[in-house]
Design a protein around this ligand. Structure first.
Ligand SMILES: Cc1cc2nc3c(=O)[nH]c(=O)nc-3n(C[C@H](O)[C@H](O)[C@H](O)COP(=O)(O)OP(=O)(O)OC[C@H]3O[C@@H](n4cnc5c(N)ncnc54)[C@H](O)[C@@H]3O)c2cc1C
Length: 345
């Protein structure tokens, strides 16, 4: 735990793999820039890795005033212990007031380790972050300029705002895809602070000999059009309707959690609170009720078309175009019409 430090910087853990920044870290930069401006402090990116100096400029163009560059051969591949050791050292040295991580596999692993060693709080899986004031009920003390860490709670049925006024730094992981991707600004200037890193193989519980990575089968975040199927599609065989509609629109196929659990399609395609968050130009929801946990991952789509045989289905409440009917009749008609008339942008 560090002392409450009102002049402390806002930090983003700049996650990179193989010398390429994770998209979530870039998304975080825009929100972190806003937080830092509100607090009138500097925004810094924390960049551990090996031979990653070239990413510093990229981070500065995405809004960082400073990049703490921590390079070492043992930081080439992400490992909890080495990364946590480096970050803890830097937190102790520079005393930031906020540290943000993407809720990626590495971020979800690293942030709790850092939080527990630093005896600081951590809110996982935030969907929004704001700066605000809080008055504590027990003594009426007013705490200004706190980080409001906002996330769905109790299975997504409420949205909780979590604060941490005395166990600093205030730390949060942020869900992928919920913050808009900023445009790089080549005119934004910042400084690179090269940090000495002292690490030995003994600091790491495992030695990595080889890496084998499985590429994701689909990049839902990059898809402009998504056709998603739910439990209402009924079977893996019938899910072919979703693939067919997606294919003729040049769209990515996606699904709800039950559709994944029932084996209609694999987990890479899941949209929602425990899947991917997407914001395509067009989201076609087929046989999906629109539970809050699903909406958490798609409600920010620009246009939503919903096909459902229940006029009371919640998805129809957020859809821009609502089709009440049996998907087994509606989807084949849509495919036929698209094939006959073609798709115009
Ligand atoms: C902690 C937690 C995390 C979760 N994470 C996620 C997540 O990431 N993503 C997610 O999707 N869910 C998630 N869920 C599950 C979520 O609560 C819902 O159960 C789920 O989204 C419902 O999926 P569904 O719409 O496919 O199924 P259902 O709710 O069963 O809806 C099926 C819909 O299909 C319609 N239908 C049926 N037959 C037809 C037909 N012939 N024609 C047209 N319409 C038809 C029905 O009217 C109904 O609206 C999570 C739940 C919890 C508790």
């Amino acid at each position: 735990m560090i002392d409450v430090n009102r002049q402390g910087e806002v930090w983003v853990f700049a996650e990179q793999h193989d010398g390429k920044l994770e998209e979530t870290s870039i998304e975080l930069m825009s929100k972190a820039r806003h937080l830092a401006d509100t607090l009138k402090v500097r925004l810094a990116a924390l960049l551990p890795g090996d031979e990653v100096r070239h990413l510093s400029t990229e981070l500065i163009h995405y809004g960082a005033d400073k990049v703490y560059l921590a390079e070492h051969p043992l930081l080439r591949t992400y490992q909890t212990n080495s990364y946590a050791k480096v970050i803890l050292g830097l937190i102790g040295k520079h005393k930031p007031q906020i540290v943000l991580y993407g809720a990626t596999a590495a971020g979800r692993d690293l942030a709790p380790r850092v939080a527990s060693a630093a005896k600081a709080g951590l809110t996982a899986d935030c969907t929004d972050l704001q700066i605000g004031t809080h008055k504590t009920a027990k003594d009426g003390e007013v705490h200004e300029n706190l980080l409001f860490q906002i996330r769905p709670a109790f299975g997504g049925n409420i949205v909780a705002t979590i604060i941490n006024y005395d166990r600093w730094p205030q730390m949060a992981t942020v869900r992928e895809g919920v913050m808009p991707m900023p445009e790089p600004n080549p005119n934004h200037h910042g400084v690179i602070v090269t940090e000495a890193v002292s690490l030995a193989q003994d600091d790491l519980p495992i030695e990595i000999l080889q890496e084998h990575k499985r590429a994701k089968k689909v990049d839902l975040k990059a898809a402009r059009i998504i056709v998603a199927g739910g439990a209402g599609v009924g079977s893996k065989e019938n899910f072919k309707l979703i693939w067919d509609l997606a294919n003729c629109l040049g769209a990515a196929p996606a699904a709800t959690r039950p559709a994944v659990d029932l084996g209609f399609i694999d987990h890479d395609h899941q949209v929602g609170q425990t899947g991917t968050t997407v914001r395509p130009s067009l989201y076609i929801a087929v046989g999906i009720s629109g539970a809050i946990q699903h909406q958490a991952g798609m409600a920010q789509s620009q246009k939503i078309v919903a096909i459902n045989n229940d006029p009371e289905a919640p998805i129809l409440g957020i859809a821009h175009y609502k089709i009440v009917g049996d998907l087994n009749e509606v989807v084949p008609k849509m495919i036929r019409a698209i094939k006959e008339k073609g798709v115009k942008d």
